[in-house]
Design a protein around this ligand. Sequence first.
Ligand SMILES: [Zn+2]
Length: 277
Amino acid sequence: MFRRIDLAGKPEVPARLTEVEAVERRTAIGHGAATIHTVEHVLAAVAAHVIDDLTIELTGPEPPILDGSVLPYFDALAQAGPAAVGGEPSVLTVTAPFTVTDKEASYVVAPAKGLRLTVSIEWPHPLIGRQAGTYDVTPESFAAELAAARTFGFTHEVAELQARGLIKGASEANAIVLDERGVVNGGKLRWPDEFVRHKAADIVGDLALTGARIQAHVVATRPSHGGNIALARALARAGRRTGMPGREAHRNAGDGYRENHGLSAPPLPISARGPDP
Ligand SMILES: [Zn+2]
């Protein structure tokens, strides 16, 4: 759940597929003035820590981009320390394989015991070309393999996107910026295949909008935010969902749940504000 504490009435926007408003270059949720842009990195950190229920308060329309990776959020949540809230975690289990396509992006989904991502991307650029990787997403592997991978963009796109009001804060400090030959200003990559690792982290963040832990092997080819959201919707439709986290069960059931479970107030796990920008 996101809460815009800078707006009158402090509107809440559930981090759910029903709230998705835009998917071009980032994932935005909510509507009108309460829209929240680029939720995928902070949500990737939440999902990677296997946090089922959380309130994120924002003082503006977008979580800070920070260094362009998930790592600052991942580390901040690790320091905050997740706490038990009761209830049963929501789990989406895939029982039969299926495919999803959205423009250039395509996905094959198969049953698995946990979340496994096999991701491949292709860009006509000397530093990218074709990159592929397989990642079993656990808190430990996410921290080691995906969290620090930064978002990337190309110098020729930056001006055009900024003219349309997107990526307002883009710079070498918060993204890998590429020209035709390499990283601008002598910037260094954290891995040679940092690009595909970031795309894998984005998938983890977008799938968090299902509101469930995912048990599936997803083979993603040329993933995009639009494709990831189509994938999340297909998973929510086709997957078998079990469980309901404590506070969500409480919200849905009202006072009856509170009485039955002896709660005096909705348990609040942690409220993450993220590091100062
Ligand atoms: Zn991203």
